[in-house]
Design a protein around this ligand. Structure first.
Ligand SMILES: [Zn+2]
Length: 334
């Protein structure tokens, strides 16, 4: 080799080493070879939806898409195949989103969302699974990891993240995308509340969106490094009657704002032995859990309702309430 060709040769050697290293990294990632369906929630509704919008106008559908696109890139770099339900701000029917995951036999289905509520001070992650906790174990394993990683990546003080059944917020049938993809470990993940002004401002920042995407990657890496728990058929272990809760618009009105106050007052009054006071406690606890059925107090609110029902002599309904708390709310470790 002549002296003039040596730098070129060295460059080729370095390039080869770089590519081999990148390939090794892909192969060593637990995400390599996995098919992940990413669903950026909502889309294309700026003219028709005035609910999913932050205090200064940032729309949930825009945030969801930004995070999902960043996450797509990160997952692909780790060797995963990523199925995106949308790539632009467009309205994609639920059935198309479901079909993409089921027809391609996705290993997981993740619907990326952000949350809204009346109380603008509220900000914590909520993860939803479909159906009952004792049946949908694969989704709960994923949900637990996501709750933990989103908390660790995005919040300085450990927030009380919740892992909640979609039946807690959509009582009769749950969320359509989770119902339609049932059998695939799947969640709707809401990392934070865009109704909180400081959070809305953070959510406009690319670095913050990137951090959120990194939390998903961290959770998925752990999820795929262990055996995935099986998912039993729906209602094969337990069935629970629907529990009516406030829906979207009602959840951001004045009464819903009292969710915390109602819980505290109801929990105090339930210590009474007087029937009328107990009935008052029951009404306040019911209104609290209907106003904010996925809050970090909701599971305890159902348990308190069970306590009052038992004191009022309604054992059957009390037992049902306890079962609801167990199936719809998963206790998360610190
Ligand atoms: Zn949403």
């Amino acid at each position: 080799m002549t002296i003039s060709k040596r730098p070129l040769f060295l460059l080729l050697v370095l390039l080869c080493l770089y590519h081999t290293n990148a390939l090794c990294q892909r192969k060593s990632s637990p995400l390599a070879g996995k098919t992940i369906c990413l669903d950026a929630g909502h889309g294309g509704t700026a003219l028709t939806d005035s609910y999913r919008v932050g205090p200064t106008g940032e729309r949930e559908e825009w945030i969801n898409l930004r995070v999902a696109l960043l996450l797509q890139k990160m997952l692909e770099e780790s060797g995963a195949t990523v199925l995106m339900t949308r790539l632009t701000d467009e309205n994609v029917p639920f059935d198309d989103r479901i079909q993409l995951a089921t027809e391609n036999k996705a290993d997981v289905f993740i619907s990326v969302h952000h949350n809204a509520t009346a109380d603008t001070a509220v900000n914590f992650p909520i993860i939803y699974y479909h159906g009952n906790a004792s049946e949908n174990k694969g989704s709960i394993a994923l949900g637990k990891l996501l709750a933990k990683e989103l908390s660790n990546h995005l919040y300085t003080e450990a927030p009380p993240a919740t892992l909640v059944s979609d039946h807690a917020i959509f009582p009769s049938a749950g969320a359509k995308v989770l119902r339609g993809t049932y059998g695939i470990p799947g969640v709707i993940a809401e990392a934070s509340f865009f109704t909180n002004p400081a959070e809305e401002s953070r959510l406009k920042d690319d670095a913050h969106n990137r951090k959120e995407a990194q939390a998903y990657v961290a959770a998925l890496e752990i999820f795929f490094s262990k055996p995935v728990p099986g998912i039993a058929s729906k209602n094969s272990i337990v069935t629970l009657p629907p529990f009516k809760v406030f829906q979207e618009a009602e959840r951001v009105d004045g009464t819903a704002l009292l969710w915390h106050q109602d819980y505290v007052k109801g929990s105090e009054l339930m210590k009474s032995k007087d029937k009328q006071t107990l009935q008052q406690a029951y009404d306040l606890l019911t209104r609290s859990v209907r106003s904010f059925p996925d809050s970090y107090l909701a599971a305890q609110c159902h348990l308190n309702r069970a306590h009052v029902l038992k004191k009022l002599g309604n054992r059957k309904e009390a037992n049902e309430e306890r079962r609801r708390a167990k199936e719809f709310y998963v206790v998360l470790g610190k």
